[in-house]
Design a protein around this ligand. Structure first.
Ligand code: HEC
Ligand code: HEC
Length: 161
């Protein structure tokens, strides 16, 4: 009987604690990471200008980690959209034209098929350049970032051309 009483008191005490805690929790509505009310409509950030202009007009953006697809240092908005039939990027970066166009050649990895076999031309897997390479805008980071690159550990950074 004594044990039952003890248990009852324990249950009552726990319930009392919850009663104290619950209203406080209810007042603390969830905080969204974007800092706005959870139900508020997203505000599109103001459009920023890409830093790049014409190819050749600016320095390449330094790579920060191994296997990073290099950032495009020039504007791409003026080029036609990449389609099944055409790819303007390759008209400067393709293996057959890059020297004449004074553009860096597409990476060696771009000539490998999915089995690692070397192809004479760019692998179709790499056709959609902008899936990996992106132009950049000069703007402060959207969130705090303590990322440290490992480029110094990289045995090979890009082609030798
Ligand atoms: C008219 C020629 C031309 C076209 C078209 C072009 N590029 Fe470039 N690209 C260059 C040149 C020249 C550079 C060398 C950097 C510079 O001087 O701007 C370059 C640099 C780059 C780099 C940086 C390489 C590195 O090692 O840092 C990437 C990535 C790139 N371009 C991707 C693209 C993609 C993707 C497209 C298509 C959307 C494209 N380029 C279209 C001429 C061109
Ligand atoms: C699946 C991701 C991916 C796609 C798609 C892709 N690239 Fe790359 N690219 C990379 C990576 C990663 C590197 C870094 C070196 C490497 O792996 O060859 C690179 C390197 C490069 C370089 C620099 C070569 C050097 O000197 O290191 C150029 C220029 C380039 N790519 C252009 C292009 C163009 C143009 C296309 C479209 C035809 C394209 N890439 C498609 C991932 C990609």
């Amino acid at each position: 009987m004594k044990q039952v009483l003890k248990t009852t008191i324990a249950i009552l005490a726990t319930a009392a604690c919850w009663a104290l805690v619950m209203p406080v929790q209810a007042q603390d509505s969830p905080q969204s990471l974007r800092g706005a009310e959870v139900a508020a409509v997203d505000q599109a950030p103001a459009e920023k200008k890409y830093i790049g202009g014409k190819p050749g007009g600016q320095a390449k953006v330094a790579r920060t980690f191994r296997d990073q697809p290099p950032i495009i240092p020039h504007a791409v908005e003026n080029y036609d959209e990449i389609t099944l039939e055409q790819n303007q990027c390759l008209s400067c970066h393709g293996a057959d034209v890059f020297e004449k166009k004074k553009a860096p050649k597409i990476g060696d990895s771009h000539f490998l098929d999915r089995d690692g076999k070397k192809l004479a031309t760019a692998s179709p897997q790499r056709h959609n350049c902008l899936q990996c390479h992106v132009p950049q805008v000069d703007t402060p980071p959207l969130v705090e970032n303590s990322f440290k690159g490992d480029i110094a550990d990289s045995p090979v950074v890009g082609n030798k051309n």
